[in-house]
Design a protein around this ligand. Structure first.
Ligand code: C2O
Ligand code: CU
Length: 436
């Protein structure tokens, strides 16, 4: 186990995602790419990407559309794409073995992607994802409100880490058993990648869309140089915007912030650690916007999510088990388990009638945190006092903790439920539910 120091620099060339307003069919071609990850013109890194780049193009859709996207596989291994957080038709969800067959090399697959909810989402490979996402097969997916909030810049901020060798290559061992039994594949190099649309001025109002695209790392984040509010989590607007303090993003989680630029210093995205804050990236500030009149930050318009039926909720328990230092000594392929079952079971964890509300108690009986993701639905986190909390698609459950979630299962089909630490998913931490 090599423990290299964490190399971070904000000076490397930005990987600016391109904007793509898909009009007709949009082709996403998965292929090998060379990316500039290292600062100061260091060697390029051989990775995988879409349409010539990693991250892949930023897909911007309007709310309520259906878009035709063709995955074209120019990799030398099979793939599939999942539209993370979008409440999708089950056949379009992109999960090999559950909703479709893998797309072999040289083949293609036509997705019809629905965008019922406005917000910040992302797409990523869902085949051998601990390797393919680590290599770069993902991109942002933004669904724009009918009436978007009044901001000067709408900026996607992808937060990622990579494990690089001294020569800038991705380190091998994507399914290293030691990593999997602990916190997953953690990088030694991390960056915030900005999808900028222009220079930022003092007085500008920004919308920042943070997406943790790392395979396994939980990122605490601090942002210096702005004054604003959190307005959405995992795509879903907060009824009441919340002050921005220290933020935590588990893998796959998103956060929308609306904020005003308050200083002519650069805006720093920081990763606080015990050794002090590391700069993940910075947005330069240049000039002054004198035209904007101060206005309160308002809640975004709510998406139409069915209200849970609290009195008739069916109770389901999901116990996370395994990992290093666990009581049960797991074998090669099953390091992690849900309810004693490692890997995708033949039968669903539970079969729900369409429209049924479930209260799922997520019990973390392990020594590691897990970010649990449900496909095809959003759910409410339940606060310790029983109050209905935030709507999310991925919830972080700390080691030894438990978290209740409340979900209206109104989307028919077979839906994956798994840890989004992709090394944990690859080593057993997954199950599925059925909605009939
Ligand atoms: Cu972001 Cu099962 O996925
Ligand atoms: Cu996990």
């Amino acid at each position: 186990m090599h423990r290299r120091s964490f190399l971070i620099s904000a000076t490397g060339a930005a990987l600016a995602p391109q904007l793509a307003w898909a009009t007709q069919r949009f082709d996403l071609t998965a292929q090998p790419v060379n990316a500039s990850l290292l600062p100061d013109g260091g060697p390029l890194t051989a990775m995988l990407g879409f349409n010539g780049a990693t991250p892949g193009p930023e897909l911007r859709f309007r709310q309520g559309e259906v878009r035709n996207i063709r995955l074209v596989n120019h990799l030398d291994q099979a793939s599939a794409v999942h539209w993370h957080g979008l409440r999708q038709d089950n056949a379009m969800d992109g999960v090999p073995g559950l909703t479709q067959d893998v797309v072999p090399p040289g083949d293609s697959f036509d997705y019809a992607v629905r965008t019922p909810d406005a917000g910040t989402y992302w797409y990523h490979s869902h085949n051998r994802s601990s390797e393919q996402v680590a290599k770069g097969l993902f991109g942002p997916l933004i669904v724009v409100e009918d009436t978007p909030p009044d901001v000067d810049h709408d900026i996607t901020v992808l937060i990622d880490d990579w494990r690089l060798t001294d020569t800038g290559a991705l380190a091998e061992g994507f399914d290293d058993r030691h990593d999997q039994a602990h916190g997953g594949r953690l990088g030694n190099f991390a960056r915030a990648l900005f999808g900028m649309d222009g220079p930022v001025r003092v007085g500008d109002r920004l919308r920042l869309r943070l997406i943790n695209v790392a395979t396994d790392r939980i990122f605490p984040i601090e942002i210096a140089g702005i004054d604003g509010m959190i307005v959405a989590l995992d795509g879903m607007p907060l009824a009441t915007p919340r002050a921005v303090g220290e933020l935590v993003l588990a893998p796959a989680q998103r956060m929308d912030i609306i904020a005003d630029v308050t200083s002519d210093q650069q805006i720093d995205v920081l990763f606080p650690t015990r050794d002090g804050p590391f700069a993940l990236g910075a947005l330069p500030v240049n000039g002054v916007n004198a035209d904007r009149t101060p206005a309160p930050i308002r809640a975004l318009p709510a998406n139409q999510i069915a209200a849970p039926d609290l009195t008739h909720a069916v109770a389901v328990t999901l116990v996370m088990q395994g990992g290093a230092m666990s009581r049960q000594m797991m074998s090669q392929s099953d390091i992690w388990a849900f309810n004693g079952q490692s890997g995708l079971p033949d039968a669903p964890l539970h079969s729900f009638e369409r429209g049924q509300t479930a209260r799922i108690t997520l019990v973390n009986d392990t020594r590691f945190a897990h970010g649990i993701h449900l496909h095809g639905h959003h759910f409410h986190e339940i606060a310790a006092n029983g109050a209905l909390g935030d709507l999310r698609d991925t919830t972080l459950v700390d080691a030894g903790a438990s978290q209740d979630i409340l979900c209206v299962f109104d989307n028919p089909g077979k839906w994956l439920l798994h840890c989004h630490m992709l090394g944990h998913q690859a080593s057993g931490m997954k199950t599925w539910v059925e909605v009939t």
